[in-house]
Design a protein around this ligand. Structure first.
Ligand code: PLP
Length: 376
């Protein structure tokens, strides 16, 4: 069957790197730093069969021409931000992962960039505020926190007309290419923290950068090679194995999260539940993350709530097989100043819940008990 006719699930399962003279059913780990002169490969800092195979899997899902694997999601962001010239203009969305926000400020300071922070979820109103000489616009959709949508296609249409030199970069970690493909909507680069849904088991770190543009790919490949930022073979192998169950895991995340969303909506102690807008066009499905607002008063007692939960881990991370709880103001956005948090609307009462594959009835009982402790 022609590859492009296969469903994403089948395609993930069937993508393999070829190994001459050996026919294993699973690609083994190429734990080697170098290759003989007769090999098509050269040196693992440049490429390795395990990395090449997982890059092909991710490019297949994204339907992109190129994919680069790097050590972590932050590495992907650092490599991409390197495309903005010194003294250039970078635009980012207000709601964005805390470390990305800090990284952009660091890069702006180091390389004399003009950094513009805008609320891109405000639609046409926000478009007119984008400087037309900007070199790059970077955002996540759904946003972190609050899971608001940024319309990639309308932004791309505006860019084509007003700022054709502006690179559009989407951090697609939370949606994943199973549910949203930014390049097809007009973005130039779609990037990932593979530490989340791709790895899926909280045991490996990685990042990916996809693009259809040869020039951007070449530039970023060189940066990866000289900076030594390539994904290690063992990490590539682990992520590749996790990808075999990616579609299954995403569907299960969706099933559990939909049930938990309904449950959370029914609780009177929750002021708001934030879920993404699955419009079937840009975003066709959703993973495991929801935010709830319980108000500042209860939020002050977050630790009591967290400690009362027995089925939710409170470590850094998410999008794995077990459920997790976090308070953005002390977790993902802890590196922001109080003023920056306030500007994003991140108070003590905002809580992030990520649902794994536990039985939803057990999760509901656990949450009910923790809310009882919190209010007692
Ligand atoms: C949306 C998003 N992008 C990038 C990153 C950074 O990824 P990593 O932790 O793999 O460096 C994270 C981490 O939480 C994230 O949530």
């Amino acid at each position: 069957m022609p590859e492009e006719e296969l469903s994403p699930t089948t395609r993930i399962l069937r993508t393999r790197c070829e190994i001459e003279g050996a026919d294993p059913v699973v690609t083994p780990l190429f734990q080697t730093s170098a290759f003989e002169a007769s090999s098509p490969h050269f040196y693992t800092r440049k490429e390795n069969p395990n990395g090449l195979e997982i890059e092909e899997v991710i490019a297949g899902l994204e339907r992109s021409t190129h994919c680069l694997s790097v050590t972590t999601g932050m590495t992907a962001l650092l490599v991409v931000l390197g495309l903005v010239p010194t003294g250039g203009t970078l635009v980012i969305n207000t709601l964005i992962y805390g470390c990305t926000y800090r990284l952009c400020f660091r890069e702006a300071k180091k390389r004399n960039l003009k950094l513009v922070v805008l609320d891109l979820s405000a639609g046409d109103e926000s478009l007119s505020k984008i400087p037309e000489d900007a070199h790059m616009i970077l955002f996540e959709t759904p946003t972190n926190p609050f899971l608001r949508t940024i319309n990639i296609s309308s932004l791309a249409r505006w860019r084509d007309k007003h700022a054709p030199g502006m690179l559009m970069v989407v951090d697609n970690t939370w949606a994943t290419p199973l549910f949203q493909r930014p390049l097809e909507c007009g973005a130039d680069i779609s990037l990932y923290s593979a530490t989340k849904f791709f790895g899926g088991h909280s045991d490996v770190m990685g990042g990916f950068i996809t693009t259809d543009r040869d020039d951007l790919h070449e530039e970023m490949s060189a940066e990866r090679f000289y900076g030594g930022m390539i994904l290690a073979p063992h990490s590539a192998w682990l992520i590749r194995r996790s990808m075999q169950t990616f579609s299954l895991r995403m569907r299960e995340h969706e099933r559990v999260t939909t049930e938990m969303h309904e449950f959370l909506e029914s609780l009177s102690c929750i002021q708001s539940v934030y879920a993404p807008e699955v419009d079937g066009t840009q975003l066709t499905g959703y993973g495991c993350i929801l935010f709830i607002e319980i108000g500042d008063e209860l939020g002050q007692r977050y630790q009591l709530f967290r400690d009362a939960l027995t089925l939710f881990s409170s470590g850094t991370g998410m999008a794995c097989v077990t459920s997790m709880v976090a308070q953005p103001c002390t977790g993902s956005h802890a590196s922001l100043t109080e003023d920056e948090k306030a500007a994003m609307g991140i108070g003590k009462g905002l809580i992030r819940l990520c649902f794994g594959f536990e039985d939803p009835n057990d999760l509901k009982r656990d949450l009910t008990n923790a809310f009882r402790v919190l209010q007692s």
